[in-house]
Design a protein around this ligand. Sequence first.
Ligand SMILES: NC(=O)c1ccc[n+]([C@@H]2O[C@H](COP(=O)([O-])OP(=O)(O)OC[C@H]3O[C@@H](n4cnc5c(N)ncnc54)[C@H](OP(=O)(O)O)[C@@H]3O)[C@@H](O)[C@H]2O)c1
Length: 267
Amino acid sequence: MGRLRGRMLPSPAMVPSDDAPAPEQTAALIAGGAGGVGLAAARRLEALGYRIVLLVRDVHKGREAARQLEREPAIHACDVTDRAAVEEAVREAAASVGPPLVLVNAAGIAESRPLLPPDDDLWARTLAVNATGPWIATTACLPYMQEAGHGFVCTVASTAALQGYRYTAAYVASKHAVLGLTRALAADLGSSGIRVTAVCPGFLDTPMTARTVANMTAKTGMGEDDARAALASMNPSGRLITPEEVADRIVALLQGAVDEDEPNRMD
Ligand SMILES: NC(=O)c1ccc[n+]([C@@H]2O[C@H](COP(=O)([O-])OP(=O)(O)OC[C@H]3O[C@@H](n4cnc5c(N)ncnc54)[C@H](OP(=O)(O)O)[C@@H]3O)[C@@H](O)[C@H]2O)c1
């Protein structure tokens, strides 16, 4: 747990500055905020005073998630692969909630398949959600961040951004892509007061993993507990990482409370 590798040289923009707008006047956008890591991050950011905006695919799920927050968040339905819809959601959030200066990219999909026969639709879908989605959401928020001279973006990548796993070529490629995007954005924005970061968790205790477990039990006949244990054993810690742990790391990055070493591996 908490291993940090591949030190990146610190730049002045890597620590939050004192004149950042107050959280109470800042919209924190959470893409994929209806569950898992996104919802955990929303809860942590709300506790810091940020005004929460959930970007969700399904408004009903968004409303369910909102019950777990103390204050009513803004909820916008958009698919993260749809630039027009994301830009409209960001515009509306900026107008009604406040400048979107914090963005957590937590929307993602993971499906496993053997390499052959090649599934080009799965490839395109996975790259679109996991890599193009953060590209769209980040660039949609960027004008507001540039205007304010402040911004913080954190994308939930994965240890699959750092190594290969079997049966998940599209997922692994998408996570490598989004970590590359993070590094490129950090290089472009390094002196602008806008910090662009990523966290790389191993297997998490979230609905996504519950679906993976269900898939494993259906395909192999193994029991649910054994399937969960098999996934947990792939983390060096031997357990599933909780979404709250990832949310805590995101907040620690936001606050400059941990070294902004990348890639923030948590497994
Ligand atoms: N679970 C793991 O073991 C694990 C490990 C490392 C990294 N991660 C990454 O962590 C992030 C969060 O995943 P999680 O584990 O919290 O899973 P999760 O509970 O399934 O959350 C993923 C969220 O993304 C949303 N989403 C999917 N496609 C979308 C789209 N096209 N547009 C907008 N929203 C979309 C889902 O909405 P719906 O509910 O409507 O589908 C869901 O709310 C993902 O990027 C995932 O790859 C997960």
